[in-house]
Design a protein around this ligand. Structure first.
Ligand code: HEM
Length: 462
């Protein structure tokens, strides 16, 4: 049994490269070692990790995720504990993990998901209308505002009032606090978690987290005192759930689930929309084709039709291909000895699928570094060739919801606002906490489009 080859540099250097320049580091490793290599990080919580980027290997790993060959235990996500606690769906394993997924999934699919259509459009207009003609705006910040309000509404059923405004601000602060490479290091290296007061990175993080927890616990307490069975938000759903012994979730369990959804559901989607707006406005042909498709829609606006528009779908897919927001899948572990792509892996080997490298394979995506949405109109890709949301038993719970939101926000912005990139400087991918995203850029509102059918006026907010 031996692990595939990989860099021989010191563990701390491998970790620094993974944190500060993950894309060029991954490419360097794949150029040198091919489509499987082993990295060793400077962390007691992380043993050596084998990265695979061959779709055949990913098919084996992700289709036998919960079998005698591979497992996907929650403890492998311990890295996320400071953010999401110990009882989040991401940290659960086996039956408890399966049950929690079953409980959460319906909120992000089908009718329940579609019922958010108008809300997403209204929030988009509400946020974008803050920027008058001629004004420049920071794209990520605006998209974060939209996705945060959407997820708050899905989770709590409301997004207005002091508690939600505080949550919106504090969750944003907490994520920004771990977005730069230096501060994300304390997730990887527990010994860096030192509280040197409110101005130190960890000190500020724990204080913000405490305030968020208090707001969530206050909300739970209020709901326990005044239960309202007619609500269909996720918190109501989770509070009504019982396990096979008839036990309800504890407040701490509820907190971990809610914060997971707020974290996972807001930052990732905001990043994807931010990238999409960049690509669409960088390439006028893409923007024109998209506008033509949107303008050809007739009759009352129907979100299901919008969701199926081929070119809009292709633009969203290509956005998530070229720089996937999540660079690698969660870790899996081998349960028995296995031969995979010429390597003999012993039991207990940690493996991940490197989404970014799979998406940049020349044999699957000719000219992989080019943004070309048409590739998604010309052929279909298998779930092991295209996997921005991972796969197997841990496939993203919010996949359909994120795609729905992306399409509604992008089409809403394009239909209602004429935008342009405000600067010609190059936008590059950078790490943002545990995910990646574009370096900050601004856009300018050149005007509003007279397309009232596609954009409903935002209601007055109190
Ligand atoms: C563009 C947006 C998003 C991207 C690219 C994304 C990507 C991912 C990826 C790659 C995984 C790991 C899957 C694996 O290891 O196989 C994941 C897991 C997860 N995502 Fe997302 N995600 C997005 C949006 C969302 C949203 C909107 C939500 C919920 C509101 C969400 C909730 C989750 C949860 C709860 C998990 C953990 C699932 C589990 O452990 O069983 N994500 N996501």
């Amino acid at each position: 049994m031996s692990l595939p080859d990989g860099p021989k540099s010191p563990k701390i250097w491998q970790m620094l490269q993974w944190i500060t320049m993950p894309f060029s580091f991954m490419r360097g490793c794949s150029d040198r070692y091919g489509d499987r290599f082993t990295l060793t990080f400077f962390s007691r919580k992380l043993p050596p990790v084998v990265f695979f980027s061959n779709p055949k290997a990913l098919q084996v790993i992700l289709t036998s995720d919960d079998s005698e060959l591979f497992d996907s235990p929650g403890y492998l996500n311990a890295l996320l504990e400071p953010l999401i606690g110990t009882q989040s769906v991401m940290g659960l394993s086996g039956d408890r993990h399966r049950r929690m997924r079953q409980l959460l999934m319906p909120s992000f699919h089908g009718e329940r998901m579609r019922s958010y259509g108008q809300l997403i459009r209204d929030i988009t207009v509400e946020v974008m209308s803050q920027w008058g003609a001629g004004k420049t705006f920071p794209v990520r910040k605006s998209m974060q505002k939209i996705s945060m309000r959407v997820i708050l509404r899905a989770v709590f059923g409301v997004n207005e009032g002091t508690r939600y405004q505080q949550l919106e601000r504090l969750v944003g602060m907490m994520l920004d606090g771990v977005s730069n490479p230096l501060s994300v290091s304390f997730l990887y290296v527990p010994m860096l978690r030192q509280d040197f007061g409110p101005l130190s990175p960890w000190g500020s993080f724990v204080r913000t987290r405490r305030q968020i927890d208090q707001l969530i616990y206050d909300e739970i307490a209020e709901r326990r005192t005044h239960p309202d069975a007619s609500r269909n938000d996720i918190l109501t759903l989770l509070m009504g759930a019982r396990d096979e012994a008839g036990e309800a979730l504890t407040d701490a369990e509820l907190r971990d689930e809610l914060i997971t959804l707020l974290m996972a559901g807001h930052e990732t989607t905001a990043t994807a929309i931010t990238w999409a707006l960049y690509w669409i406005h960088k390439f006028p042909m893409v923007r024109n084709q998209l506008l033509n498709e949107l303008q050809a829609l007739d009759g009352p606006l129907d979100f299901s039709t919008l969701f199926r528009l081929p070119y809009l779908n292709a633009v969203c897919c290509e956005t998530l291909r070229i720089y996937p927001v999540v660079i690698a899948t969660f870790a899996r572990v081998t349960k028995s000895p296995i031969e995979l792509m010429g390597s003999s892996l012993g039991p207990g080997t940690i493996v991940v699928g490197c989404i970014y490298l799979v998406h940049r394979r020349e044999d699957v995506y000719p000219d992989p570094d080019e943004f070309r949405p048409e590739r998604f109109l010309e052929r279909r890709y298998s779930p092991f060739e295209y996997l921005p949301f991972g796969g197997g038993v841990r496939r993203c719970i919010g996949m359909a919801f994120a795609q729905f939101e992306m399409k509604l926000v992008i089409s809403g912005i394009l239909s209602g606002f004429e935008l342009a990139l405000a600067e010609s400087r190059c936008v590059r991918p950078v790490r943002r906490g545990l995910t990646s995203g574009p370096s900050p850029f601004r856009m300018v509102v050149k005007g509003h489009r007279p397309c009232p059918r596609n954009v409903k006026t935002a209601p007055e907010t109190s």
